[in-house]
Design a protein around this ligand. Structure first.
Ligand SMILES: [Zn+2]
Length: 89
């Protein structure tokens, strides 16, 4: 079942992108192109989301390897795929 929003999103993709979504849909074993979009978005959001190791709150990403916690003001640095606190204020 494709709702109107999904339909519009789908139509806004070019044919190459639609093919990519179809391929992913098959590979991921999902029912609809919308589910592919949702799954990709979730994964992208998880990559973008930084959790402060110091207080557990969400931190704001400043660069690909740098973030600052909005809660405890820790400055975080990405080392070997792990966010680590480099300064505490
Ligand atoms: Zn924090």
């Amino acid at each position: 079942m494709i709702d109107r929003t999904t339909d519009e999103m789908w139509l806004s993709l070019n044919s190459e992108e639609q093919q990519a979504v179809s391929a992913l849909q098959q590979e991921m074993g999902l029912e609809t192109p919308a589910e592919v979009m949702h799954t990709l978005l979730r994964q992208a959001a998880q990559r973008a989301l930084v959790v402060c190791p110091s207080c557990g709150h969400g931190a704001r990403k400043l660069a690909s390897d740098e973030a600052s916690c909005v809660e405890c003001m820790s400055v975080l640095h990405l080392t070997d795929g792990i966010w680590q606190v480099i300064t505490l204020q």
